[in-house]
Design a protein around this ligand. Sequence first.
Ligand code: G3I
Length: 401
Amino acid sequence: MPGKTPILSRRDALVGAAVTLLALQGCSSSHPRLPGYVPPPLDVSGARSLRAQAAAHGLLTGFALSVPLLQDSEPYRRVAREQCSIAVAENTMKWGAIRPTRADFNFDGADAFVQFCESHNIKMRGHNLCWHESLPRWFLDTATPENARALLTEHIRVVAGRYRGRMHSWDVVNEAVWIADGRPDGLRTSPWLKLIGDDYIEVAFRTARQADPAALLTYNEYGLEGESEGDQQKRIATLLLLRRLRQRNVPIDAVGIQSHIKARSLHGYGPSLRSFIQSCKSMDLEVFITELDVDDRELPSDSGHRDAGVAATYADYLQATLAEPNVKAVLTWGVDDAQSWLNQRSRRTDNKPQRPLLFDQDFRPKPAFAAAAAAFAGRSNGRRPQNPHSGSLQDRHSQSL
Ligand code: G3I
């Protein structure tokens, strides 16, 4: 593909128009390769921020944040405090970061994340209380069927209890479905399932509700987004899991759709994903877009065209998902391209770093920023008038939008 000049697709042209609209508010430079194409304005604070545009339409928005970068980089901190109404710690609230030994809890990173967010009026997602990854060595060496349930409940009580009443939501269980493991229920044969049995999920949610009754308890999953057969199977298994939890009155309030999506995906995103979100609504579950980023490996090397293709994918995906009123938050998995996990795990064949996020490596807003802002602005306000003296847990949280 390198060297071939792809014709801007309708979507790319649409995004260019969205970008132009925003740019007319404050930027005149033009992109050398795409006639009439201008990047978004460099000043995207205040009313132009994602936070402001999302709030006007019943949405929370923000990023996964790296605590070391919050501590070391003022540009990073500036973008985070300007753009986020909600944030999640990318790694510092995982088992691997908090549990150096079985006896010790290290909250330095988690406390720094909480302190930053609370000082800038940013709501917080906790990620995550139970996952098959990021398990410390001592756990893998010492957990047994006899002690695993106690290890899980103790961890949740101490960690979720520490921030009781301060968290918007917790990813209580992360990525429990994996069809390839061949179980009839589609569950992943994770260390937790092997050690405790398939009721580990129920144990985790019930313990989390006791530890923090105010937090929206979330099941977080990837691979739910596309029109492929594999994603459809995963959606079916996930809905069966959610229905089983509902039938057993397990406390669960929301579903996180991670949304690690691809530009020029073979199957695209839309009808089946919207149907899944509607099924969540029928179970009175809110939906959060929890880890949005766009893998650009299928796009040409040229950064201008890549940025247009990534922006078009954001535009399509957010237009589809934000049409559903129970989608209440959109977070990207990272602030700027330089920090994206995709550049550790999914390198391009031309060896150029991926450009999957809304800000470039110099913290300049990209066309994807304009696409996200336009998608927020294009959403009819999905909020219902709230009676402040009643309503479910979800309503209480949505009132605080
Ligand atoms: O902090 C240590 C550092 O001390 C050490 O020197 C270094 C050596 O490798 O490792 C550092 O820890 C790394 C950690 O990120 C912090 O940078 C881990 O090795 C590395 O595995 C970890 O990767 C994270 C991954 O989850 C696994 O926890 C990625 O940054 C993070 O983006 C990724 O995020 C996940 C979500 O939690 C769940 N959904 C999928 C998403 C992408 O995989």
